[in-house]
Each structure stands twice: as structure tokens, then as C-alpha cells.
Design a protein around this ligand. Sequence first.
Ligand code: HEM
Length: 309
Amino acid sequence: MPKIRAPKIPDFVVPPPLRKPAKPGESGTPKGPAPADLKTSPPPRKTHGERLEGQAKEAPVDVLAWVDQRTGASGFLTGMMFRKVPKGTNWFYTLGSATLFAFIVQAVTGVFLAMFYTPSVTQAYASISHINNDVPLGQFVHGMHKWGSSVMVILIFLHMGRTFFFGAYKYPRELNWVIGVVLLILTMTMAFTGYLLPFDQRSYWASIVGININGTGPIVGPYLSDFLRAGPELGATTLSRFYAIHMLLVPGAIIALIGAHMYLVVKLGTTAPPWVRATKPKGAEPVAQLDGGSAGDGAGPAANGGSRG
Ligand code: HEM
């Protein structure tokens, strides 16, 4: 049977190689003589143990590649980790990440505390005492959670201040600012609801004060304080309600909103500090010249939709 020759594929259809071929002598190109013919002098056979060792070493990479093929996560992660940041980015830009870290610490320590805490008016205080006095590292984890809440509140305010003073709330980041405001309210809610949980004298009376302050708010205030108190007096149902809000409702909302917040940060990029001026791109012409050389001919800024009244 005559052999059918494969048609020649035109060059313009073939995509260029993804990686530039290394020049002779550059890393990747062997410098020594070409390897001997594999048929005449094959490399020594690997033992079963060596093969297993090789497979074990490759296993983590194989698992990652398997997940990546199915999710395309590496593209997203590469875009996120290697995104460009504006000139002048400084330490103040770390406040958002610091807030995120504080939240993660709160989430992790909170999970361990929840393993020993009992949300009941008769047992809450005793369970906290048990965590502090008997559980290994209990006092340390409880302390991290208690002080961490203040750290997170301080950091979130500093981060908000940074974004405000750097003008990062302006177009096109208004939505991220609004999400941030909701995150701020939710963080304050976490701090407030967590305060009642030890159910000692201080947390009991401080929560009454807090609930009453909420009640002074316009229109929704009285409804809000009724909702928080969950009855005519602060008691067992209040504690259950605060526990559910502190453990389930608000953390879930915070996680979802941090996801949206981060998505917008990556998508829109961060704002340059206000004192950094944009450099004029090479060959850029002043607007007046682009408009026809005259600023007063009526066809200038107004024609570009840029009228200032
Ligand atoms: C749980 C709370 C929060 C977390 C974890 C968080 C995290 C972050 C991170 C990591 C960034 C990027 C890096 C940076 O600019 O610092 C960022 C940017 C931003 N955040 Fe937050 N944030 C939180 C709360 C807030 C609040 C309360 C506001 C304002 C009300 C806010 C407004 C913004 C804005 C506008 C940006 C964009 C900054 C820019 O473009 O330069 N965030 N946030």
C-alpha cells in the first residue's frame, strides 16, 4: 500500500514555542559530549526501592498538577502573587494583610476554644476557668483570642485610615470600600458578641450597656436591642443568640466578604500613594493639542465629555 505523506502544516499556524530554546552553553544545554547511544550502553536499571523513592518524591507535585489541571488554580494564583504594585507602595499597604492575619488567628484559636467552651449560663464561666487552669496551653490560646480581638479591631481601623487617606475609596474602588465598611461592622459585632461569652460579672454588665446603646439608635435601634437581648432580660437565650452570631453567622459572612474584598483588590490593583505622580507616557501629547491646538475653540474638553461647567 502506498504510504500517505502527512500534509505540511503552514508555519503561521504553528504557535511559537512557549519557552525560548536555550543558547549553546546556557543552563539547560549540556556542555559535555552528547550522551552515548541508549541502546548500546543503557543507563543502570533502578532498583524497586529507588523507583518507589522517586515516585514518593514526585507525589506532592503530581497531586498539585492533578488539582491544577482540574481547577486552573495556578493561573489565578500566579496572577495574584505576581501582580504589579504601584511605585511608592510602602509599609502602610501591609495593614490589610495584617488584618487578614489577625482574622485567621482568631478563627484558628476560636476553633480550639469552642472544643472546650459550653454556651450555658450555669457552665460558661466554669468552662472558661477549665480552659485557663486545666487544659494544656488553654490559657495561652484563650489569651491569644482575647487580645487578638483588640488587635484585629485596631488593625482594621488603621487599614481603613490608610485607604481613606490614600484616596483608595474613589473610583473604581467604591464597592470595595462599601464591602470594607460591612467588614468593619461585622468585626465590631464579633468583638461585642464574644465579650458576653465568659458570662462573668464584667461581660454581663458590659453587654447590658452595649445592648442599651444599640437601643438608642434611630428607627431600628429599639428593634436591634430587642433582637440582641432575645427577651425582656439578658439571660440564657441571649447567651445562645450571641454564641450563634459569634460562632456561625458573622464568621461565615466575614469569610465570604473577605473573599469578595480580595477578589476586587486583585482585579483592580492597589492605589498609588497620593504623592506619587503618574509619569507621562513617551510620545503623549497635551490634551489641547489633541483637540486641535486651541483650548478655546469650543471643540476642546467639552467635545471629550470633560466639561467642568
Ligand atoms: C476583615 C477586614 C479586612 C481585611 C482582611 C482587609 C484586607 C485587605 C487587603 C489585604 C487589602 C490589599 C492590601 C492593602 O491595601 O492593605 C485591602 C485593600 C483595601 N481595603 Fe481592606 N480589609 C478589611 C477591611 C477593610 C475596611 C474596614 C475598609 C474600609 C472601610 C477596607 C477598604 C479597602 C480598600 C478601599 C482597599 C483597596 C486599597 C487600594 O486600592 O489601595 N478594607 N484590604
